[in-house]
Design a protein around this ligand. Structure first.
Ligand code: AMP
Ligand code: ZN
Length: 395
């Protein structure tokens, strides 16, 4: 039996934080299957797995109040900077692509946040990839291939556990122990909640699934001078962010793919390339008639770190998102981002420039599934209606 719990937050949630608070409420308690914050910020509705009685209700309410207070109290509205605005570009479709993607076998859900895409979407992604690689080439970016696993100690070194604990995905293996392995082989079995295993089956965690692409480059450059004093690089890779009940179609995946163009060097080198990259992408988005805008944003830091870190990113203009229109839901979706990390990775990982100072870093990142999804939301699945370049590529 499902149930709802309504909560009036002790402090009203300002409109610029409604989305952030709502997405964080998913992590408050395992009994929550959906969380909704009213746009007025004065009412929270939780859909629960089952009816909750006291003391569970009070415990839930107290946890929710803690999240709201921590994220809202003392927060100030960031100045949203809009660098490009082409949201009113006319596009031919306003239909939800999901039903057709499913019906045509172009999208298959293996589990929440885990999707296979079919030939048309794959070709469309290759079309975008060709463009992103051309962008990388325009900077003479060196190609890299990074692993899907990322060592726990590397993530620890860059403070990832404190900043984004909620979205981590852990990797382990069975302990090297004959009895443990035999025991697992005989008793491991799935139920509707997941895999049940004998206690004490698993080894200590050494690796996680990588949440981003560019980190691997910084780890490879750590603890030495940066050869040549500057570097442009590019790579595509699987990325993993556990988004709990916020997982939704191709819009929000647990396992997605990111193409990055990465810059390491002096401050001006990184900032100028980030800007040049944006200008070049503006031309491409015009060519394919994408409705989007580029605006300042912040990363989805967890509750305790959120206020401070988001304000910092905003004050120093560290992150800009490419938000494409999703006409079928009158909203936008971040399909990419232009990022500047200052000398954070240079300092944390001891990557030095010829003058001995820490290197600055930045990256241009594209979410491939989201890029395709936003395009299909604006142009539909019939390639005959697509802009020339895209139509010819998939023909
Ligand atoms: P970020 O490093 O957070 O700016 O992410 C870069 C890009 O990756 C975003 O602009 C999205 O297009 C994509 N992305 C991030 N998280 C997800 C997700 N959970 N599912 C699908 N795409 C994502
Ligand atoms: Zn990056």
């Amino acid at each position: 039996m499902s149930a709802q719990l309504h909560i009036t937050p002790r402090v009203t949630i300002p409109d610029f934080l409604v989305g952030e608070v709502q997405s964080k409420l998913a992590y408050v308690d395992e009994s929550i299957v959906r969380a909704h914050v009213a746009s007025t910020g004065d009412r929270i509705t939780l859909d629960l797995r089952e009816q909750a009685e006291d003391p569970k209700r009070s415990e839930l309410e107290e946890k929710v109040q803690r999240v709201v207070t921590s994220m809202v109290q003392g927060a100030f509205k960031p100045k949203v900077q809009i660098l490009e605005n082409y949201l009113d570009r006319p596009v031919p479709s306003s239909a939800d692509p999901n039903p057709e993607l499913l019906a045509r076998g172009e999208m298959f859900q293996e589990a929440a946040g885990i999707f296979t895409v079919g030939p048309l979407v794959t070709r469309l992604i290759s079309f975008f990839e060709r463009q992103f690689i051309a962008l990388a080439d325009s900077f003479g970016a060196a190609p890299y291939r990074f692993p899907t696993l990322i060592p726990a100690k590397s993530l620890e070194r860059v403070g990832y556990f404190r900043a984004f604990p909620h979205s981590l995905s852990f990797v382990t293996h069975l302990r090297e122990d004959l009895d443990a392995i035999d025991n697992f082989a005989q008793h491991a079995a799935c139920d509707e909640h997941g895999l049940n295993t004998p206690v004490d089956s698993f080894a200590k965690i050494q690796a996680l699934l990588s949440p981003a692409v560019c980190y691997h480059l910084y780890f490879a450059l750590a603890d030495k001078p940066l050869p040549g004093g500057k570097l442009a690089a590019t790579a595509v890779g699987n990325c993993f962010r556990y988004e709990s009940v916020n997982l939704a179609s191709l819009e929000r995946l647990w396992n997605f793919t990111m193409r990055e163009v990465i810059f390491v060097g002096p401050k001006d080198f990184v900032l100028q390339n980030r800007e040049t990259g944006r200008e070049r992408m503006r031309g491409f988005f015009e060519e394919i008639g994408l409705a989007y805008r580029v605006e300042s944003a912040n990363d989805p830091f967890f509750i305790g770190e959120f206020k401070k870190q988001a304000a910092f990113q905003s004050a120093f203009q560290l992150k800009f998102e490419i938000r494409a229109a999703l006409p079928f839901k009158q909203s936008t979706l971040a399909v990419g981002s232009y990022n500047y990390h200052q000398d954070f990775f240079g300092r944390s990982l001891n990557i030095t420039l010829p003058d001995g100072s820490p290197a600055h870093t930045g990256c241009i990142a594209f979410g491939l599934e989201r890029m395709a999804f936003a395009f299909l939301s604006q142009y539909g699945l019939d390639a005959a209606n697509w802009p020339d370049a895209a139509r010819k590529f998939v023909a």
